[in-house]
Write a protein that binds this ligand. Structure first.
Ligand code: FES
Length: 386
């Protein structure tokens, strides 16, 4: 049974200097507010995914979580209007001899209003059927005045070959047609603030990055991505998209959860000048970190080299090149064959535990302290000293 006690959290004068701050009752985090000459105290742990409410901001009568901005009343802990049932515990506060005392036992209980899970949150499951190829074109252009794109043309060639000769299902997403926000850096607040589904996707129903997530996580066996070379890198649109895909990789780090399983990636890179290998290197690195496998020779590329600026001739060259078209068909064939191998072998969970070991504490220091690494790859437990 909990023992009721009032805990001294500091002097009135000092604590009244900030409208909101985090204080501790032992190990319990409290969001302590000072408003209109009174103190309020509610749990410092947000109902959503545990953000630190005491590090947020006080807007009117509500404490706003610093991670994704859910709001809770500064004294009652109730959610904002319409979400009152979604409340965090409130604690009584009293003042004695210039000190602020907070009652350790909350006066109200936490209640989580059920929220329907986002459709993307469902468990990835491959439906039976032919190999599915998702083409992602990351070239940008004027919507009303489209132009010819060498990378997108070769991507379309690959998808046509997949449909006509490999009997695959195909989809093409032109990323420029999607209206989506830049990654807003939730990961930079805390690893757990970068959620799956993406925090922005959950908060903003108009954001269309869900189409990429749906295709990559739930539909495709093969992700075939095309990009132009822009100043030695992939297109800005490519980077805008993959920054938003951090939430896929982050699931490996924070939850040991593999959203991409038995997926293959391949790339088509074209540019008037060069840096093909650097662009390919970044793409291989990123898609490896989200759990993709690659066929042998996982990209095709074309560039005219440093001394060529005659881009109109380059367009004609690509349009007429049988060799490049055969290359695109060969790439998608290798990807589809690799996908068949992956699906048939179906890598077991044991092969994927904490893929890449990124963000995973090495056990060297822990061993020195007498700790034992857990066989499932979770953080070592410190050996008992008793
Ligand atoms: S809003 Fe608080 S953790 Fe997401």
């Amino acid at each position: 049974m909990a023992i009721e006690s009032w805990i001294d959290v500091g002097s009135c004068e000092e604590l009244a200097a900030k409208p909101l701050q985090q204080v501790l009752l032992g190990r319990t985090r409290i969001a302590l507010t000072w408003k209109d000459g009174e103190f309020g105290a509610i749990s410092g742990v947000c109902n959503h995914v545990g953000g630190p409410l005491g590090e947020g901001t006080l807007h009117g009568d509500y404490v706003s979580c610093p991670w994704h901005f859910w709001k809770f009343h500064w004294r009652t802990g109730e959610g904002e209007p319409g979400f009152e049932e979604d409340r965090v515990p409130a604690h009584d506060v009293r003042i004695e001899n210039g000190r602020v005392l907070v009652r350790s036992i909350p006066s109200t209980k936490r209640n989580r209003k059920p929220h329907a899970p986002h459709p993307l949150a469902r468990e990835p499951h491959r439906e039976p059927g032919p190999i599915r190829i998702l083409g992602l074109s990351t070239t940008a252009m004027h919507a009303e005045h489209p132009r010819y794109s060498t990378s997108e043309d070769l991507l379309q060639c690959a998808l046509d070959a997949a449909t006509q000769t490999l009997e695959c299902e195909t989809r093409l997403l032109r990323v420029r047609d999607l209206n989506f926000r830049m990654c807003e850096g939730y990961y930079s607040k805390a690893a757990r603030a970068c959620t799956w589904p993406c925090s922005i996707t959950e908060m903003d129903p108009t954001d269309q990055m869900d189409q990429v997530y749906e295709g990559v996580v739930h539909w495709a066996d093969v992700i075939l991505l095309s990009t132009p070379i822009r100043w030695g890198g992939a297109s800005a649109l490519y980077y805008k998209m993959v920054e938003r895909m951090n939430c896929i990789q982050n699931q490996e780090t924070v939850s040991n959860k593999h959203l991409l399983r038995n997926k293959v990636a391949g790339f088509i890179i074209t540019g008037g000048q060069d840096n093909v290998q650097a662009v390919a290197g970044q793409m291989l690195g990123f898609f490896a970190e989200i759990g993709c496998q690659f066929p042998q020779f996982p990209y095709i590329a074309h560039s005219r080299g440093w001394s060529a600026e005659d881009m109109h001739n380059n367009q004609t060259y690509v349009q007429r090149s049988v060799f490049l078209r055969e290359g695109a068909a060969g790439l998608v064939t290798r990807c589809a064959e690799m996908a068949k191998v992956m699906i048939a072998s179906n890598l077991g969970e044991h092969a994927l535990v904490r893929g890449g070991r990124k963000g995973h504490q090495l056990d060297t220091k822990a061993q020195l302290q007498g700790a034992v690494a857990q066989p499932d790859g979770t953080a070592p437990e410190t050996a008992s000293t008793s």
